[in-house]
Structures are given as structure tokens and as C-alpha cells.
Write a protein that binds this ligand. Structure first.
Ligand code: ADP
Ligand code: 5GP
Length: 193
């Protein structure tokens, strides 16, 4: 089976990282997560090169100018940039590994335009109240950051129609199972434009 490019989006706090971590450990086929580059500072426990490639704004701009990003976007509108590096994604697909991109809606749109066969999944938190509960429960964001993420979330939730699959993440196990099933289905997904 051809390796698939998989885009997973959803508002911050919906449970994407939790779900993706489980997919990587339970999917029965070779699969990896694309490690994005970002200019935001690491959170406690995040490791450079594993969680993200943490770059300065200048480094990020240089990568961008060299065309090394498959897509990149300023997320949350306060100067933090995030981007998917082209080379590792192409190398993994060429080696027969499915690749997951955990990226925002703007980035997903860019990837869908370049790869019309991408498998796209939107992870929905169920409700805004639940989203806020999860963001607060994670204990990683200030009140201002939570407010900004909730405002962006309202906008992102209007984009669910762009995705082939919308999954309400009530239970991590069930969400993971549904996505693994989509990945393991035989359809050919990854066609380059
Ligand atoms: P994201 O990567 O989308 O920002 P996280 O994976 O960091 O979200 O999850 C946000 C918080 O919600 C975490 O504390 C996580 O443990 C919790 N969480 C994730 N999925 C669920 C779920 N289905 N039910 C309840 N809590 C969840
Ligand atoms: P966080 O700061 O919580 O790690 O990530 C926040 C947001 O950035 C998430 O909504 C995630 O989807 C998005 N994101 C992470 N990496 C990328 C990327 O490489 N490109 C784009 N466009 N968005 C990303």
C-alpha cells in the first residue's frame, strides 16, 4: 500500500497531541509524526528535535526563504510561527512510512492544495466549554493564551467542512481506533498535485 500523508487539525486543546501519541504506538503499519519547526518557546518537558524544532524568528525566516517548508503559518496571531519541513516528510513517504502532520487549518488548506489525495481529519472537542476545560486542565497556558486559543478555536471550528472526516474526541481510545482504521484502509490517498 502506498504511504499516506495524513493531516490532523482541530482547535488547541481538542486532544490532538494525546491522540497522535496513541496512534503512533498502536497503528499496525509504519508511521511517523512530522516534527514541525516553531518560533514559540518550549514548554517544560518539551525536547528540541522531538516535540518541535525550536527556531529563532531569524532561523525560521531563513528556512522559509530557502523554500524548505511544505507549509508554514503564523498561528494564534501573536508572532509565533509554525511550519512543516518538506524534506523529512518526503523522505518518510518515499521509505513507505505514513506521515502525520498535526497542523492548523491554514496549514492544512495549503497541504490539501498541494496534495489533493491527503487523508484529512478534524478533531472536534465536542463543545467550547469542554475545550476550555481541557485547556485549563493541561496547565500549560496563561489566561491570556487560553482566551486567544478559544477565539482562534471558534474560527477553526467553522472550517470542519474542509476535512474528509470529523471526529468528536469524547474518548481517546475510540478516536484513536477510528483514525487507525482510516489509515489502514487500502485506499490510495497521497497523490501529489
Ligand atoms: P492539543 O494537542 O489538541 O492542543 P492535548 O492533546 O494537549 O490537545 O490535550 C489537551 C488536554 O485535554 C490534555 O490535558 C489531555 O490530557 C486532555 N484530553 C485529550 N483528549 C481528551 C479526551 N478525549 N477526554 C478528556 N480529556 C482529554
Ligand atoms: P502548540 O503551540 O499548542 O504546540 O501548537 C499549537 C497549534 O499549532 C496547533 O493548533 C497545531 O495544529 C499548530 N501547528 C503545529 N505545528 C504546525 C505546523 O507545522 N504548521 C502549521 N500550520 N500549524 C502547526
Amino acid at each position: 500500500m502506498m504511504a499516506k500523508l495524513i493531516v490532523i487539525s482541530g482547535p488547541s486543546g481538542a486532544g490532538k497531541s494525546t491522540v497522535v501519541r496513541e496512534i503512533l504506538s498502536t497503528c499496525r503499519q509504519p508511521i511517523c509524526l512530522s516534527v514541525s519547526a516553531t518560533t514559540r518557546p518550549p514548554r517544560p518537558g518539551e525536547i528540541d528535535g522531538e516535540s518541535y524544532h525550536f527556531l529563532t524568528l531569524e532561523q525560521f525566516a531563513a528556512y522559509r526563504e530557502r523554500g524548505e517548508f511544505l507549509e508554514c503559518a503564523e498561528v494564534f496571531g501573536r508572532g509565533d510561527w509554525y511550519g512543516t519541513l518538506r524534506q523529512p516528510v518526503q523522505a518518510s513517504l518515499a521509505e513507505g512510512r505514513h506521515v502525520i502532520l498535526e497542523i492548523d487549518v491554514a496549514g492544512a488548506k495549503a497541504v490539501m492544495a498541494e496534495f489533493p489525495g491527503v487523508l484529512s481529519v478534524f478533531i472536534h472537542p465536542g463543545s467550547t466549554a469542554e475545550l476550555e476545560r481541557r485547556l485549563r486542565g493541561r496547565n500549560t497556558e496563561s489566561d491570556a493564551s487560553i482566551a486567544r486559543r478559544l477565539a482562534v478555536a471558534a474560527e477553526e471550528l467553522t472550517a470542519v467542512g474542509l476535512y474528509q472526516h470529523v471526529i468528536v474526541n469524547h474518548h481517546v481510545g475510540q478516536t484513536v481506533e477510528q483514525i487507525c482504521r482510516l489509515i489502514e484502509q487500502g485506499e490510495e490517498h497521497c497523490t501529489k498535485n
